[in-house]
Design a protein around this ligand. Sequence first.
Ligand SMILES: *Cc1c(COP(=O)(O)O)cnc(C)c1O
Length: 381
Amino acid sequence: MIKFLDLQKINAQYAVELKQAAAEVVDSGWYLQGERVRLFEANLANYIGVKHAIGVANGLDALRLILKAYINMGVMQEGDEVIVPANTYIATILAITENRMKPVLVEPDINTYNLDISLIEPHITLRTRAIMVVHLYGQLCWSKKLEIIAKEYNLKIIEDNAQAIGARYSELHIGNTWKHDDIKKSGSLGDANGNSFYPGKNLGALGDSGAVTTNDDELARIVRALANYGSTKKYVNDYQGINSRLDEIQAAFLDIKLKYIDAENHRRREIAQYYVENIKHPAMVLPIANSQQPTGNSHVFHLFIIRTANRDKLQRYLTENGIQTLIHYPIPPHKQLAYKEWNGLNLPITEKIHNEVLSLPISPVLTDDEVNKIIKVLNAY
Ligand SMILES: *Cc1c(COP(=O)(O)O)cnc(C)c1O
């Protein structure tokens, strides 16, 4: 059986370093808010290219703490609207409703599966305060047009960067070359950005963790306080915060894995390119090839998504042939019981995507033989 994602194999690559780091943390007697968290935050900020990285307990907390900080700063308030793609993982939406703000669901582009930026403007009202973009499946959702809209309507842009760490954006595409010093990474594009290090993400911890990345000094200070009971100084509480801290042991693991993220993303992109060039079946829609990406190395292929009309049949066929696949995601947020009030909304593109998508195995440890087998089985369908 070819596994969809072999986490054991991914972490086995770094087992010696990881075990050494774990032993050091055990022996140190210091498990929270210590040197290892500080070091990882500095290295992450440097990697992403922002002034501040604040480690938190998970990716959902990163997003909800950003909104909570804006509320504490007086930039946003309960009842304000946040524009968000209808086609996303539920966590994006939960971060908004948890702050008693209103998600305004906007349809995706059927080719990228990301928020259709051309549909944003008609959804802007006097209560709109932010656009939360999701780089779904690892593909950047960003454009000059998005920046212009945000500026014109005075909206914050928040990136849900849970799936796209390491993706690069450049607006300067001259011929076939990129002006390298203008390349920015995901997690540095928005005003404030949420990252997840859930084990299955491209940069995965060995447990839950996440981070907020930003260049905004005040926001960084408030997020840091909010994640630690609203406290800036021990037993002095300036805000009504929560407990959402990054563990020393996870920070130590992440610092090791951060060194390899570019190499791992490179392998993912290589596999994706090979899939795109070699899967040839009239019933399957493939993602956009690397070379056709509009904004540089903008897809880090957290997931490799194909679309097909009879998805469940294809999935059964692949299972019978020893290939494990998953569905990201089977039920859109507006059809969930958790959001009963939206169940009647009409979002046909989002629903079509949910009915047709299938995620093929992709990971830095998938071998060439496995990739070839998957292609062969798919082409014989
Ligand atoms: C994983 C994920 C999150 C949440 O991250 P956790 O660390 O699991 O809380 C948020 N948004 C998207 C798009 C994700 O894929």
